[in-house]
Design a protein around this ligand. Structure first.
Ligand code: NAP
Length: 257
């Protein structure tokens, strides 16, 4: 497993995203991923699958300390008391005592970010959450969130794939030692479907996030996973070319198979 060091913490570069994975499909995909070596999982309260993710974690033989578990608070719950309630709900559904990284899923103009960040900071002080971040924030919004938080923000999770690269956010992250977490790194399978023979793991035009395994099917999880693990040096080269070593993670999941 490759790691990305950010703010002194080693994060597994490859993550399994769980958006649109439901019920047993979700449970099986997460369990397969954990068996195959994934140690970074991405979910959210709005995905409505935290219980299945938690069940797969519990049934796997992976020690909690080895996992990097990310979840997100939805935009309906950004008021101070709602954030605290939402985090309690996520912890319960996931069946864990602590969330490794807790994200504000989307910015919401009508909600003062200071209220949200106050609650997020209290979750860190109380030990329910280890690190804080945001998702889908632009640079200005990220700076506002950081100004309202005494805890340094760890990541901004944003779409990052071929043809969808926000270089201003990437540069900002690189300059400020913030992890850019790439989501939908394979543009939801479009490049693969267009050119099925294309070797995504050796294609230097893709960002380092393409190292993510991107699938809910066990065979795709396995092939993407083993391919990447087998080609560590090429992964690293592409990562440093495209992102200077700072970045990348969640991906995967979608339709049942
Ligand atoms: N923070 C946010 O707002 C946000 C938004 C979107 C996503 N995310 C996170 O990022 C994760 C990944 O994003 P994503 O699911 O949008 O996109 P993605 O990882 O770019 O693509 C996943 C899609 O690619 C397909 N795929 C994978 N390998 C393939 C292959 N070899 N051939 C054809 N299709 C293939 C998968 O289908 P199969 O499952 O059928 O294999 C799935 O539909 C999500 O699960 C979520 O955790 C976060």
């Amino acid at each position: 497993m490759e790691f990305e060091r950010v703010q002194g913490v080693d994060i597994p570069k490859i993550g399994l995203g769980t958006w649109q994975l439901q019920g047993n499909t979700c449970y099986r995909a997460v369990l397969s991923a954990l068996e195959l070596g994934y140690r970074h999982l991405d979910t959210a309260e709005i995905y409505d699958n935290e219980s299945e993710v938690g069940r797969a974690i519990a049934d796997s033989r992976v020690a909690r300390s080895e996992l990097f578990l990310v979840t997100k608070v939805w935009t309906d719950h950004l008021a101070y008391p709602a954030v605290l309630r939402a985090a309690r709900g996520s912890l319960k559904r996931l069946g864990v005592d602590q969330i490794d990284l807790y994200l504000v899923h989307w910015p919401k103009a009508s909600m003062p970010i200071a209220d949200t960040m106050q609650a997020m900071n209290e979750l860190v002080e109380g030990g329910q959450v280890l690190r804080l971040g945001v998702s889908n924030f632009n640079v200005e919004q990220f700076e506002a969130a950081q100004s309202a938080s005494s805890v340094k923000l760890f990541t901004n999770q944003v779409p990052f794939a071929v043809g969808r690269v926000d270089t201003s956010m990437l540069e900002y992250c690189q300059q400020n030692e913030v992890l850019l977490t790439a989501y939908s790194p394979l543009d939801r399978g479009r490049p693969v479907r267009r050119r099925p023979q294309r070797n995504l793991h050796a294609d230097p035009s893709l960002p380092s996030s393409r190292t993510t395994p991107i699938s809910s099917s066990r065979s795709r999880i396995r092939s993407a996973n083993s391919h990447c693990f087998a080609e560590r040096s090429s992964c690293r080269t592409i990562a440093s070319k495209s992102m200077n070593g700072l970045a990348a993670c969640p991906a995967a999941g979608l339709s049942a198979s």
